[in-house]
Ligand binder design. Sequence first.
Ligand code: FBP
Length: 551
Amino acid sequence: MAISALQKARAQYSPKLPSSIASGNVKIKEGAATQSVADQDEIKKLFPNTYGMPIVTFENGGGCGKASMPAFNVGVILSGGQAPGGHNVISGIFDGLKSINKDCKLYGFLGGPSGLVDHKYIELTSAIIDEYRNTGGFDIIGSGRTKLEEVEQFDKGIEICNKLGIKALIIIGGDDSNTNACVLAEYYLQKKAGIQVIGCPKTIDGDLKNEMIETSFGFDTATKVYSEVIGNIQRDANSAKKYWHFIKLMGRSASHVTLECALQTQPNITLVGEEVEAKNQTLDDIVNYIAGIVANRAAKGMNFGTLLVPEGLIEFIPAIKKLISELNDMLAANQAEFDKYENVDQKIKFIVDHLSKENAAIFESLPTAVSKQLALERDPHGNVQVSLIETEQLLAEMVSKKLAAWKKEGKFVGKFSTQHHFFGYEGRCAAPSNFDADYCYSLGQVAAQLIASGKTGYMSSVRNTTKPADQWLAGGIPITAMMNMEKRNGKMKPVIQKALVKLDGGPFTFFASKRDEWANNTCYIYPGPIQYFGPSEVCDQTTKTLQLEHK
Ligand code: FBP
C-alpha cells in the first residue's frame, strides 16, 4: 500500500503513556462503591450485577498484568461515527494484551456491532496493527450503527465468543454504544457466560464526559482540524471583506465542538444550543440576534464576518424540542401505520393529523427542509439526523430576509453576501493529534488491564489529562455510575447521561465574557494545521475546553 511521507514518519511515533501503565507492572486499587448519577433505584433494579461497583485506579507495582497470566482472547468493536484515534485504541489493546501474555489474541469484529451478531471478524495480527498505528479512520475493521439491544443478538455474541475462546469484548463507542455495552455486561453476568465487557469513550462530539471521564477521544483532533479551516476562512474574509461565512459544525446534540472552535478562532458570532434553550429563544430571536450584529458591523464598514452554528441547534429551540418529543412518542406508538405510507406528503399529513394542535402548527410553520428531516430520517438509536439539516443555509436566508426588511426601514445600511460551509466529516478521520494518539493508546492499554483484572461493565478511564502524559491517572469507571433514566422512542430507558455545555462552566463563561468584543471588532485567530512534530508547547496542546474546565 502506498503511504504518504507523514504517515511513514507517524508510524514511528511512540505514544506517551501514564507512568503506572508504562511501568509494565500494574497494581489495581479499588475505591469506594459508586451510584448512578440519578434514578438510583431504577438503575439498581435494572443492573443488579453491575450496579454500585467501585471506581478502580492502576498504580505501579503489584501482581496483575504480569506475563505469568494465562493467555486469553479478546474481541474489539468500533461503534458509531468515526473519531480520530480509534486505531490507536486498538493498537493499545493489542500491545497491552501482548504485555500481559504474548499468546493473547485480539479479534476485530467487522463493520461495527453487527460483526458480533453476524460472526464477521478477523484476527488482528502484529502486521495488521503496525500498518494502522497513529493513523486516522476506523478502516482497520470498520464501524457501524447497529444497536445491540436484543437478547437474540447477545446470544449470537456468546456463540462466537465461545467459538473463538474470547473472554472479553471491548466496545469503542459513544454514549449509546457504551450504554449497550453495559446492558451486555449485565446480561453476560446474569447468564454466567464468562464474557467481560469493557467500554471506551469515543465521539468527536465531546459529550461523553463526566467527573471521571474528562473527554471523549477524537474531540481534540476534530476540533483542531475544523479550527484550522475556520481560521483560513477568517483570513479570507478579512482579506476580501465581502462575505459573511455561515459555518455549521458537527456535534449531534451538545455544542462542545462549536464552542471549542470558537475559543480557538474567535469568530464574530457563535450560537450555543444550550444557551438558546436556557433563554427560551425562538428561531426569530436567533435571527434578530445575528442580524443585529451584521447591521452593527456594516454600520462600521465591515460587511463581512464569520458565524459558527452547532448542527444540533434546531433541537435546542424549546418549541421545536417539545415538538420533537411529541413526534417521537407519536411515531413510536403508530410506527406500523406510519410506515405504510411511501409518499412524503402523505407521511407529513399523517404527522400533522396525529400531533396536538399546538405542535402541528409549529411543524407546519417550519421550512420544508427541516420538517421533512424531523419526520423522516432517524438513525438506529432514534436520533434526528441533524447533520442532514442545512441550518447554516436556513439561518443565512432568514437573516437576509430580515436585513432586507430593515433596509427598507433604514435600520441596515450595507451589503450582506453569504457563503455556507459544513464541517464534520472532514475531521472525523484525520490523523490523530499527539493528544489523541497518546490518549487513545492509553485507553486501549487500560482496557487490556481492566480485562486482566477481571472487570466487566467498566469504561476505560484516563484522567489528569491537562498534565504531561506520564502524570495521567489510569483506571476504570463502572458504566452504571454514569446512567440515568431517559425517554427513548416513547419509553423510559437507562442511558448514560449526555454531557451538554454547562452555562456556568469555564469554557462557556470565558466565551461569554469575550463575545461582544469578538462581534464588534475583528479579533480572529488563525490556529493553522495540527503539528505532529516539533516543540511540545505546539504539538501537545490540549483543547481550550479541557484547559478551562480544569483551571
Ligand atoms: P457518534 O456519536 O457515534 O460518535 O457520532 C457523532 C457524529 O459524528 C455526529 O457529530 C453527527 O451528527 C453524526 O455522527 C453523523 O452520523 P453519520 O456518520 O451516521 O452520518
